[in-house]
Ligand binder design. Structure first.
Ligand code: NAD
Length: 352
């Protein structure tokens, strides 16, 4: 048995169809009286529904969450929370909205109650990100970890099928890298394998019938587990590549994760055989890299970076950035091999 250190920081979780009905009780438990509801502009109607059910306990709605939390938006949200005398943020949405809640909490320690509507997993992590002058800074801080998370699969049934696939594979990527993390531990590895298994089994059912609440629930359950892994153990090459491609080339978050994952797994395959066997088993596939590729392709997700706006002329720079200040990785990073990985991902080739 490999030596390990285990620590859990999984927030209080309320899970199940209809669990949004527990919102008031959960706010009571937090001692919150004036909740500021956060959302993207696209999910304003969902936020208004929550504001309506909270009645006087709603301090207001701030609907300007966008990807990567620009500092200007963070400042505006912080000012709104102070002006309205909010004592809690209710973040309803995906990683962008949770991220905005975290930006407020980072400064004020305002407690966050998150209601995720994608599979990205940010609600389970103490990781924040804020973009200033085109550069995204990230960090870990216990103040930004939501205190309570309500997972209601009914809120995910409106997630478009394309985003459902890529968001769910984004979740799988957290678990896959968690299985070969330097600080992996047996409990989070169990969560990781079960998370991948649940998503891989449920995702085709979601795509066949996006209103299938059982399938949606299974996917969200998997996303919860995968998010818990992301929050607990270190990430490696795959997340570094996606961070680089998203931050420096403005590529879409979930799609980039979906495209890169098979190639990052292929790169690490020989260096992490036990993790790869667990990923493959959870995917129900012969091998982890091809299993991840086939899952994405079969469900109609993009499989080539060239199809999501990556210029081929940027691949050299991406390889250079990804190997600078690199995260720990089971296989040492070799610039030439990373460049080749990116070429394959750009073309959308199936891993060997
Ligand atoms: P997102 O939050 O940006 O949402 C994408 C779009 O889908 C938005 O327009 C949103 O309003 C819409 N949407 C979300 N749920 C919906 C639903 N159920 N029905 C209809 N529309 C819906 O996407 P995301 O992939 O969840 O989050 C990406 C962001 O989160 C990135 O900035 C990423 O860096 C961050 N992130 C952070 C962490 C962390 O631990 N800090 C983890 C994962 C992702």
């Amino acid at each position: 048995m490999t030596p390990f250190v285990f620590q859990s920081n999984i927030p209080r979780t309320v899970f199940g169809a209809g669990s949004l009905a527990q919102l008031e009780r959960e706010l009571d438990l937090l001692g919150a009286r004036r909740a500021l509801v956060l959302s993207t502009p696209e999910q304003r109607a969902t936020a208004d529904g929550i504001a309506e059910r909270l009645g006087k306990r709603c301090a207001g709605v701030f609907d300007r969450a966008v990807m990567h939390v620009p500092i200007e938006t963070a400042r505006a949200a912080r000012e709104t929370a102070t002006r309205l005398d909010a004592d809690c943020a209710v973040a309803v949405g995906g990683g962008s909205t949770t991220g905005l809640g975290k930006a407020i909490a980072l400064e004020s320690s305002l407690p966050i109650l998150a209601i995720p509507t994608t599979y990205a997993g940010s609600e389970m992590t103490p990781i924040w990100g804020i973009t200033e002058g085109g550069v995204k800074r990230t960090g870990r801080d216990a103040r930004v970890l939501p205190r309570t998370v309500i997972y209601d699969p009914g809120l995910t049934s409106s997630l478009p099928t394309a985003l459902s696939v890529t968001s769910a594979i984004n979740a799988i990527a957290h678990a896959a890298e968690g299985l070969y993390a330097q600080d992996a531990d047996p409990i989070h590895s169990l969560l990781a394998e079960e998370g991948i298994r649940a998503i891989a089994a449920a995702l085709p059912r979601v795509i066949a019938n996006p209103a299938d609440l059982d399938a949606r629930g299974d996917c969200l359950y998997g996303a919860w587990l995968c998010g818990a892994v992301l929050g607990a153990v270190g990430m490696s090459l795959h997340h570094k590549l996606c961070h680089t491609l998203g931050g420096s080339f403005n590529l879409p978050h979930a799609e980039t994760h979906t495209i890169v994952l098979p190639h990052a797994l292929s790169y690490n395959s020989a260096a992490a055989p036990q993790a790869m066997a667990r990923i493959a088993r959870a995917l129900g596939a012969h091998a982890a890299p091809t299993g991840a590729y086939d899952l994405a392709k079969t469900l109609g997700a993009p499989i080539a970076l060239r199809d999501v706006g990556m210029p081929e002329s940027g691949l050299d720079r991406a390889a250079e950035l990804a190997t600078t200040n690199a995260y720990w990785n089971p296989r040492p990073l070799e610039r030439g091999a990373i460049r080749e990985l990116l070429q394959r991902a750009w073309e959308g080739r199936r891993p060997d």
